[in-house]
Design a protein around this ligand. Structure first.
Ligand SMILES: NC(=O)C1=CN([C@@H]2O[C@H](COP(=O)(O)OP(=O)(O)OC[C@H]3O[C@@H](n4cnc5c(N)ncnc54)[C@H](O)[C@@H]3O)[C@@H](O)[C@H]2O)C=CC1
Ligand SMILES: O=C([O-])CC(=O)C(=O)O
Length: 328
């Protein structure tokens, strides 16, 4: 018997990430090739944006996706999030050349307060929320704090793009396939302070740290390359990453919903105090997932260099949190 459709809300549905994301959700790449979906597409209540959204929906129709069980256009989060099982909060202003993601805080924080409140009122009680819009960690924190009747652990931020970028850099450095790299993680904020950590990573059972054996490369090449990759793409494309961001969103939700079979992935999730990160800080951690739940990988040794990196990204996140206190 075929499965009951699930509801997937996507904000910023007519934006550039939306255009790279919706077709893959509708084709079953996110929730499985046997899972029908109803798309609840949200855009600002502006004639031009709603018209563009209609155009995207016409294209979705023209794909005749067998798993696309329904599609709705919305201009308000209260209707857009009604009964939704999954919410991908993408819609926000992207940064341009010369900006840091934190510069978007003021512009985007109000969006996530309103959307958190709307999720609280309207969404399924088990809704799984992924925040993509920048600054992603703090926006996810705002949404979580604005939705007190929903489970805090169901709010997450996207660190998966940083994780995937780190995987590709390690693959290039070692000359090994991406798929052979296990147990990599990225700690902290989706910003240049994030700490991509390959100390525990292995390839065919061998330590990646020992294979590379070059702390200068780690500090002076690897970490800045991964941390500043978003800016490098803006510089090259004149626009921020969209296809790779959509791909990371698919990876994040797929792994959360369908499980990682013991493999580590990185998710931005509210801390419960793990590794000394204060409760509720939305922090990139290594996780494994099973049965629709994620679990932070605990008990990893943190050396002096790693602690310094973790402290730096934590301080930045706490500064962002302080900056939005008045909204919560
Ligand atoms: N976490 C991550 O790894 C990444 C995050 N991003 C962030 O994703 C966000 C979206 O990026 P793009 O799609 O490239 O931007 P875009 O400007 O192409 O699209 C954003 C869309 O969101 C809509 N929007 C704005 N406010 C909204 C609201 N309150 N409700 C519903 N829709 C709303 C806009 O009308 C627009 O169509 C930006 O904040 C960007 O910085 C981008 C790449 C990676
Ligand atoms: O850099 C940006 O503004 C977009 C983004 O988050 C990324 O590509 O990592």
């Amino acid at each position: 018997m075929s499965k009951k459709p699930v509801r997937v809300a996507v904000t910023g549905a007519a934006g550039q990430i939306g255009y790279a994301l919706l077709f893959r959700i509708a084709s079953g790449e996110m929730l499985g090739k046997d899972q029908p979906v109803i798309l609840q597409l949200l855009e600002i209540p502006d004639e031009k944006a709603q018209k563009a959204l209609k155009g995207v929906m016409m294209e979705l129709e023209d794909c005749a996706f067998p798993l696309l069980a329904g599609m709705e256009a919305h201009g308000s989060p209260e209707t857009g999030f009604k009964d939704t099982d999954y919410a991908l909060l993408v819609g926000a202003r992207p940064r341009g050349p010369g900006m840091e993601r934190a510069d978007l805080l003021a512009a985007n924080a109000q969006i996530f307060t309103a959307q958190g409140k709307a999720l609280d009122k309207a969404a399924s009680r088990d809704v799984k929320v992924l925040v993509v819009g920048n600054p992603a960690n703090t926006n996810a924190y705002i949404a979580m704090k604005s939705a007190p009747s929903l489970k805090r652990e169901n709010f997450t931020a996207m660190l998966r793009l940083d994780h995937n970028r780190a995987l590709s850099q390690i693959a290039a450095k070692t000359g090994k396939p991406v798929a052979s790299i296990k147990s990599l993680c990225v700690w902290g904020n989706h910003s240049p302070t994030m700490y991509a950590d390959y100390r525990f990573a292995t390839i065919d059972g061998k330590s990646v740290k020992d294979m590379i054996n070059d702390q200068v490369w780690n500090k002076d090449v690897f970490l800045p390359t991964v941390g500043k990759r978003g800016a490098a793409i803006i510089e090259a494309r004149g626009l921020s990453s969209a296809a790779s961001a959509a791909n990371a969103a698919i990876d994040h939700m797929r792994d959360w919903a369908l499980g990682t079979k013991g493999e580590w992935v990185t998710m931005g999730v509210p801390s419960n105090g793990e590794y000394g990160i204060p409760k509720d800080v939305m922090f990139g951690f290594p996780v494994t997932t099973e049965g629709g739940q994620y679990k932070i990988v605990e008990g990893l040794p943190i050396d002096a260099f790693s602690q310094e990196c973790i402290n730096k990204t934590l301080a930045e996140l706490q500064g962002e949190q302080d900056g939005v206190k008045h909204l919560l």
